[in-house]
Design a protein around this ligand. Structure first.
Ligand code: GLP
Length: 242
């Protein structure tokens, strides 16, 4: 079931996302969080840091599992998702770093890193809340559109459009990795609750396809329609067509 919340302005967008995560932690301090990268959650993480500093929320007993990582980027590479998470959130809150998990992008055999992450996720049982952004082509995590989708964590070849979209964070497109490791659609849909967030007019069309269009592997996010508990937070521009 999709519960769509449209909000006005960046501040309310971030507050709404952070508020959902904070209230989960207040009722369940040991919550298992599924976290995402990309530009969409950055303001949400800033708000969570503020709430932590104000004493409203603590992450001391929480744990986290990130969706994805680039293949070939080490944890300390400026564009690695591990570095992103440390800088945008983990270094500023009280979550023990050993409770935070990001798939490894530098395991010699990437498929082994995927198998290891699946073992980890299997041991957790269920993620309490999975935060998601949305790619312009309908990807979630790095599950790219195609003829078929994979359930568990796996290695993907990145769509050219995805590489172009993410090139803004690198010196040139040649530096953008060609492959990534990502939680699969199956792992994502296993979460108790999903929080999908999108902002900006450039996301309006894909938001409509994901939420109201046919459920198809051509738009991986459309599978969210099959989940019993999805909260969608949109700003007015991204929500313009739904
Ligand atoms: N792998 C990430 C996704 O997890 C993210 O949701 C998406 C959208 O990014 P943004 O929030 O910057 O639009 O693209 C990236 O490639």
């Amino acid at each position: 079931m999709l519960n769509i919340i449209k909000v006005k302005g960046e501040q309310l967008f971030n507050e709404t996302g952070a508020g959902i995560i904070a209230s989960l932690l207040q009722s369940n301090p040991r919550a298992v969080l599924g976290l995402a990268t990309g530009s969409t959650p950055v303001g949400v993480y800033q708000k969570l840091i503020e709430l932590y500093r104000e004493g409203v929320v603590s992450f001391k007993q929480a744990s986290s599992y990130n969706l994805d990582e680039y293949i070939g980027l080490s944890a300390d590479h400026p564009q690695s998702y591990r570095k992103f998470m440390n800088e945008k959130l983990f270094n500023h809150i009280d979550i023990p770093l050993e409770n935070t998990h990001v798939p490894s992008g530098t395991t010699a055999v990437p498929e082994e890193a995927a198998a290891e992450y699946n073992r980890l996720l299997g041991a957790v049982g269920q993620i309490d809340l999975q935060l998601l952004g949305l790619g312009h082509n309908g990807h979630i995590g790095f599950n790219e559109p195609g003829e078929e989708l994979q359930g568990p964590t796996h290695i993907v070849e990145l769509d050219e459009r995805t590489r172009q979209a993410n090139a803004r964070f690198f010196r040139s497109i040649d530096e953008v990795p060609t492959h990534a490791i990502t939680m699969g659609i199956g792992s994502i849909l296993q979460a108790k609750q999903i929080l999908l967030m999108a902002k900006g007019e450039d996301k309006a069309e894909i938001v409509a396809r994901a939420l109201k269009g046919p459920i198809t592997t051509k738009c991986p996010a459309s599978f969210l329609q099959t989940h019993p508990n999805v909260v969608v937070v949109l700003d007015q521009a991204a929500g313009g067509l739904v």
